[in-house]
Design a protein. Structure first.
Length: 179
């Protein structure tokens, strides 16, 4: 367990250092959103059991990069399985709900570990489900997410950059504390 926490924290530290080493040409307002994962709780103490978003990110990281778990199906199937294995599949709070054509969520609403439905501008402008990790470029709405390409591909989930200017649904994980 300590080894797993060490590996997860090492990855997040490496990831944040890599991203923060990139040039930052943004205004003060967007600088605080530049993959500032430390500010958003990703680096919270590994004993922080009350942060379901952190649990979702840890589970997704383990599935995608350590175990290379393959969940054949759609992007939705992958995100749903990460939530299920995190213990938050049945208990999610709808922070924002709309339709594919809009209106779209305010970018300030999304938090690490949230399940976001958005328009995938990099791939035929189709709908896509992903787990939000952090903002790389808040001003231009470029985010780091964890997702699966879908199409029943024989691939694990992966981290990537997506333009999240058209988020039409945000679900936030909540622990189910009932027995």
């Amino acid at each position: 367990m300590r080894y797993r926490n060490f590996i997860l924290n090492a990855f997040f530290i490496f990831f944040a250092q890599y991203l923060s080493a990139q040039e930052n040409h943004f205004t003060d307002e967007s600088t605080r959103h530049y993959c500032a994962c430390e500010e958003t709780g990703v680096f919270a103490d590994s004993s922080d059991l009350l942060n379901p978003g952190k649990k979702v990110l840890e589970t997704g990281f383990k599935m995608a990069l350590i175990d290379k778990t393959i969940i054949k199906g759609s992007c939705w199937d992958f995100v749903n399985e990460v939530y299920r294995r995190s213990g938050v599949d049945e208990k999610k709070t709808a922070v924002f709900r709309s339709q594919k054509k809009g209106p779209y969520a305010n970018a300030n609403m999304v938090k690490p570990g949230d399940w976001v439905y958005h328009i995938n501008y990099q791939y035929n402008n189709i709908e896509h489900s992903a787990i939000f990790v952090c903002w790389k470029d808040f001003k231009n709405r470029i985010a780091i997410t964890l997702s699966y390409a879908g199409g029943n591909r024989n691939l694990p989930g992966k981290y990537g950059e997506y333009k999240l200017s058209s988020i039409y649904s945000i679900l936030r994980p909540v622990f189910n504390l009932s027995p």
